[in-house]
Design a protein. Structure first.
Length: 372
């Protein structure tokens, strides 16, 4: 028998289930100017299509290798949510992807984002996407598309998640693979802007045990709250590294993210060599000293959890170290000579970080080693 609709039966809509398509469309309209500001050669797409196009030939490539990467911001998002400050985590999202591309010599070309939340609000969404656009402008990547997902029941009120995907290109002959790294090469360190986007589960735990709030005045930077200081966006190293790469100075690059010094530098080293880093050659920034003291963190835990003030390690031939440092400084980087590549003995770890009693605030000299 055919089903008969009851005159009293409610007619349900997607909006009744918590999804407002009109709000999603309004957000797309609101962010179109931000996306348009990231246009570059090779990209002519508008937001709203099913797929976006990129023309490698128009971008100037003759024999390109494509390099891709995807990442998120991790639990730093919880700091943003609890601080009600959403305008910089988009920069973090882009930075985590494009800094991974540049280590292979690849210029970022285009970026796509995934923004998921339980309840979409235009104000928060616009702040997040505008931050993503700012990160794209800093790295000269086109914000070519993305996905905004409103999923009631998946996230608590106010929570959201971010993920990003980036594609870059490098001429085949210019690919950086670290194979030429050898004993005697110099390790340069590019200064970080803060904690960047790693180790925030520990950061949040230390905020909890210290009894402070993200809204309290920051004890290591009185001009900011703890939330503002910890949300300092991840530094993007793309433009400065590209300039140094043009001068054939770089043999290897290592983005200092999760795993810190001791786990990331070995990822770019060939067999038979090791990296020796001297932590007394730069100062531990105040935010890391606060974390170290608050958590009574050991040197090894610091060196494998946080960037400790160095966001990118750059390996260069000793004869080109001064030239590379000069170019980095010209392009706004704080750069240090932090170590050397040595021949690796049997069973020796691939990275050894040493510190004197006066460096990083520890009472005694210390050593942190990788497990590789």
């Amino acid at each position: 028998m055919a089903h008969q609709d009851s005159p009293n039966q409610k007619s349900y809509s997607y909006k009744d289930a918590g999804v407002n398509i009109d709000t999603g469309n309004a957000l797309v309209d609101a962010i179109k100017p931000a996306a348009a500001s990231t246009r570059r050669l090779g990209c002519n797409a508008d937001l709203g299509g099913f797929g976006a196009l990129f023309d490698l030939k128009e971008a100037g490539y003759k024999d390109p290798i494509l390099v891709s990467g995807t990442d998120g911001v991790g639990t730093k998002l919880k700091v943003a949510i609890e601080s009600d400050k959403h305008d910089t985590v988009g920069i973090d999202l882009v930075a985590m992807c494009v800094n991974d591309l540049i280590v292979q010599g690849a210029e970022p070309l285009f970026f796509l984002d995934y923004y998921a939340t339980g309840h979409l609000t235009i104000e928060v969404g616009k702040a997040i996407i505008e931050g993503i656009a700012e990160g794209c402008r800093q790295s000269n990547a086109a914000l070519i598309g993305g996905e905004t997902a409103e999923m009631p029941g998946m996230y608590r009120q106010g929570d959201y998640d971010l993920a990003g995907f980036c594609v870059g290109a490098v001429e085949r002959s210019r690919l950086i693979d670290g194979k030429s790294i050898c004993a005697g090469d110099v390790i340069l360190g590019l200064g970080s802007s803060g904690v960047h986007s790693n180790g925030f589960s520990l950061v949040r735990k230390l905020i909890e045990v210290s009894g402070v709030s993200y809204h309290d005045q920051c004890s290591f930077d009185h001009s900011k709250t703890f939330g503002e200081a910890l949300l300092e966006p991840t530094k993007i190293y793309v433009k400065s590294c590209l300039e140094v790469l043009k001068n054939d100075c770089i043999k290897g690059l290592s983005h200092i993210t999760g795993g810190g010094f001791v786990e990331n530098i070995p990822r770019v080293l060939p067999d038979g060599v090791a990296a020796h880093v001297d932590a007394s050659l730069w100062s531990l920034p105040p935010v890391f000293n606060w974390l170290r003291e608050t958590g009574n963190i050991t040197p090894l835990e610091m060196a494998k959890t946080f960037n400790c003030g160095i966001g990118m390690a750059v390996i260069v031939h000793a004869d080109k170290a001064e030239q590379a440092m000069a170019i980095f400084k010209e392009h706004g980087e704080t750069v240090y000579n932090i170590g050397i590549i040595v021949d690796k003995a049997d069973h020796e770890p691939a990275t050894v970080v040493t510190g004197k009693s006066s460096s990083w605030g520890y009472a005694n000299d210390w050593v942190a080693r990788s497990t590789h």
